[in-house]
Design a protein around this ligand. Structure first.
Ligand code: AKG
Length: 402
């Protein structure tokens, strides 16, 4: 109501200032998979419900204002281009196989290892790479259907018991038309956790007969997986599964502020995947990536609080948008500046996971979207072993990770 809002004008003027400060200077707070909700809750957790709602709305408004300004800066005097997959043609092998390695020893690798090594070089250089056809169209369709079904169950369960929200959502789930849904690796997903895999449940048969998430992971990270060697190259088999979620935006979701996912560290801490589960058109708010902004220098400017320098950085940035085809993915270094755009069209579902670099110890300063039980529980090797078991007939290969 306008009058009650006016009566608290001073308080909210202060808050507005704080929100603008948060919005403009706290890159991490801008991350939709980051600490906005947590920051907000810890700052204002003791205020009353309606005051909290207003505070929240002011914060969202400030972030949107900044995001729209950034959009102008990024497109100033230039047309924003699509992120395209690099054309990598590996040279013929001499002999032997192997992972990783420099250009000089690459000649001794088999073609897929060499390709992965070259792709990893692109990620290290550009901060981001597009990889087309990482899963088939059918697998993407099945996973999309599964994810949206999981979203419906999560909505029912958290409505019933709001205290379960942390289990289902990576970030507070109040953002307009945007949801970070933490996925279960159990066959049957949330329904299985809830005991819905009972023989007499109406859709039990259908659920038992399909495992969309397992199939998608198999295509990407199984023994011949499209991303397996790239990830092995970037994080080794010891890399820890750090996020496992879906980013879902509906028509009406706002553009995000540009952000890295985590505070800068010299060694790349985390490599993230966004996999398109349907074509992503411009109107559906594809992710924008600012090339080569995973560096210390770019992150320092971005986090400096010097708005003039920061705005200049954005107007000079080489921005690429992830208008992906169904089954295509973007893999990026989480230090790279990026943001989701406004969705004015229809629901966009991105499957999202990441692996952490085992060479980077301690806290990453960023809580990934992953179900609490999976935190720190699985390495890339563990994932590969489970997928091998799945390939050999184990129908519920991740059951031990609950
Ligand atoms: O929605 C998107 O395209 C990007 C999401 C994102 O950057 C994030 O959740 O950190």
């Amino acid at each position: 109501m306008a009058s009650s809002r006016l009566s608290t004008a001073c308080f909210f003027a202060l808050l507005g200032l704080l929100c603008d400060v948060v919005a403009c200077f706290t890159a991490i707070a801008a991350s939709p998979t980051s600490a906005v909700g947590a920051t907000f809750t810890s700052l204002f957790g003791s205020t009353s419900g309606s005051a909290r709602d207003l505070l929240y709305q002011d914060q969202q408004d400030a972030m949107l204002r900044r995001a729209l300004h950034e959009q102008q800066l990024l497109s100033r005097n230039k047309k924003i281009k699509e992120l395209i997959a690099p054309k990598l043609i590996p040279a013929k092998p001499k002999s032997g196989t192997g992972f990783g390695g420099s250009a000089s020893n690459r000649v001794n690798m088999d073609p897929s290892a060499r390709m992965a090594s070259e792709m990893a070089d692109v990620v290290r250089r550009e901060g981001v790479i597009r990889v087309d056809n990482v899963v088939s169209g059918e697998t993407a369709d099945n996973l999309r259907g599964y994810v949206l079904e999981q979203q419906r169950i999560a909505a029912i369960e958290t409505e019933r018991d709001p205290s379960t929200s942390r289990t289902y959502y990576g970030v507070e789930n109040r953002r307009k038309c945007r949801c970070d849904l933490q996925l279960s690796l159990l066959r049957g997903g949330f329904a299985s956790h809830l005991g819905g895999d009972r023989e007499d449940a109406p859709d039990a048969e259908a659920r038992r007969s399909t495992f969309a998430l397992g199939d998608a992971l198999q295509e990407m990270l199984g023994s011949d997986g499209t991303l397996r060697r790239l990830y092995e190259n970037l994080v080794t088999p010891d890399g820890e599964l750090y996020e496992l979620a879906a980013v879902i935006t509906d028509k009406g979701s706002h553009r995000q502020m540009v952000h890295p996912d985590l505070p800068y560290q010299e060694k790349a801490p985390l490599y993230v995947i966004f996999l398109a589960l349907q074509d992503v058109t411009e109107g559906m708010g594809p992710t924008s990536f600012l090339l080569r902004t995973h560096t210390g220098e770019a992150n320092a400017i971005f986090a400096s609080g010097d708005m003039e320098r920061k705005d200049e950085q954005l107007s000079r940035a080489e921005c690429r948008v992830g208008t992906l085809k169904k089954g295509d993915a973007v893999l990026f270094d989480a230090r790279t500046l990026h943001c989701g755009n406004a969705n004015d069209e229809r629901t966009r579902v991105l499957f999202n996971f990441s692996f952490r670099n085992p060479q980077v110890g301690g806290s990453l300063g960023y809580k990934g979207s992953i179900r609490p039980g999976y935190e720190g529980a699985m390495s890339l090797r563990g994932m590969a072993d489970a997928l091998a078991a799945y390939g050999s007939g184990d129908t519920n290969p991740f059951a031990k990770y609950i």
